[in-house]
Ligand binder design. Structure first.
Ligand code: TTP
Ligand code: MG
Length: 352
């Protein structure tokens, strides 16, 4: 059985604006152009009770909420946060599928507890960006996506296997991921209002009414969704890190911990056939002050011994006197020239 997490930032563009401009905090704001033809990209949670939401014409939004403050979008700022959160996701798995700048699916089936991973990710996102995210955890994409929306903002909702059937049965069909307004309206006309109603329909009948999507809906009614998490990002680096339960103050213990991180990095290197020339060691001290040291070789690292030698040298080069270490990270980067295909993918990724 898979373990899937869906993470989605809360009121993303608006939250970034409120973070960067304290005078906007606690206020009803809309990100978007305040012109005659402008539309709202998103609204802060303070504006939502007025009915202000994404895709609403700005004129209508202002009428619904006269005190609404419009803020011009700053895509560079959103992209920067997006990169930060994606880096956090990649600390846990390589199977990360971004759906937009602010949301992604993660397959963490190899991890003992997806719930703990989701909690940690939420915490790291907040520590790194001062923004909140909501997370959903379940056994497939459809359920994880619904779950992340269930306790927004700053929510974490888990649908464990034993609850799937009852959860899906009570769910209004417009809440299912992939059932848009038009399909929902058609289902309502057919008397389908909840997952339980949907379940009464045979596969054949659903395909007759909805074409190929009917097959998907048939699975939805049973809490099933076989789609895999498919990463669409071109890898630029690969790494792992470890935060210690108790800060470490001696070199011998650090060397040992470094070996553990290195083993993890190396197993990923082989799994993904990712070979780079640069090794980066990150050390965070007990006062949260952080440094990195790197070394670039002439050729890509193809043996564990090379990685061991270089990473140990990097650790030795750091002055650890009178300092306690709380985190060690090791990353390999800098692959040789990308091929034409990966340049294209990179371009697509930037325009998500
Ligand atoms: P969403 O995740 O759909 O919305 P949100 O993050 O603003 O709020 P929520 O807490 O409900 O998740 O979209 C992410 C960002 O994408 C959003 O902040 C702005 C942008 N966006 C648009 O520009 N137009 C749209 O129609 C939507 C839906 C989103
Ligand atoms: Mg969001």
């Amino acid at each position: 059985m898979r373990k899937i997490i869906h993470i989605d930032m809360d009121a993303f563009f608006a939250a970034v604006e409120q973070r960067d401009n304290p005078s906007l905090r606690g206020r009803a704001i809309a990100v978007g152009h305040n012109g005659r033809r402008g539309v709202v990209s998103t609204a802060s949670y303070e504006a939502r009770p007025f009915g202000v939401r994404s895709a609403l014409p700005s004129v209508t939004a202002k009428r619904l909420c006269p005190e609404l403050i419009f803020v011009e979008p700053r895509f560079e700022a959103y992209k920067a946060v997006s990169e930060q959160i994606r880096a956090i996701f990649h600390q846990y798995t390589d199977l990360v599928e971004p759906l937009s700048l602010d949301e992604a699916f993660l397959d963490v089936s190899h991890h003992p507890s997806a719930t703990i991973v989701a909690q940690e990710i939420k915490r790291k996102i907040f520590e790194t960006t001062s923004l909140t995210a909501s997370a959903g955890v379940s056994t497939n994409k459809m359920l994880a996506k619904i779950a992340s929306d269930y306790r927004k903002p700053d929510g974490l909702f888990v649908i464990p296997p034993e609850d799937i059937e009852s959860f899906v049965a009570q769910l209004p069909i417009e809440k299912f991921f992939g059932i848009g307004e038009v399909t929902a309206a058609k289902m309502h006309r057919l008397g389908i209002r909840t997952g339980a109603d949907l379940r009464e329909w045979s596969r054949e009948a659903l395909i007759r009414e909805f074409g190929k999507a009917g097959e998907l809906y048939y699975g939805y009614a049973r809490g099933e969704d076989r789609r895999e998490v498919t990463p669409n990002r071109v890898r630029k680096s690969l790494g792992a890190e470890i935060t210690f339960i108790d800060d470490i103050d001696n070199f011998a213990d650090l060397l040992e911990e470094l070996a553990a991180v290195r083993d993890e990095v190396w197993s990923r290197v082989k799994r993904h056939e990712f070979y780079g020339k640069t090794v980066v060691l990150k050390v965070k001290f007990s006062d949260f002050h952080q440094i990195t040291r790197s070394k670039t070789l002439l050729t890509v690292i193809e043996s564990y011994d090379t990685l061991q030698t270089v990473s140990n040298e990097l650790l030795e080069s750091i002055n650890l006197e009178n300092q306690k270490v709380r985190l060690l990270g090791l990353t390999i980067g800098n692959t040789p020239e990308p091929c034409a295909e990966s340049i294209q993918l990179q371009f697509d990724f930037d325009n998500l």
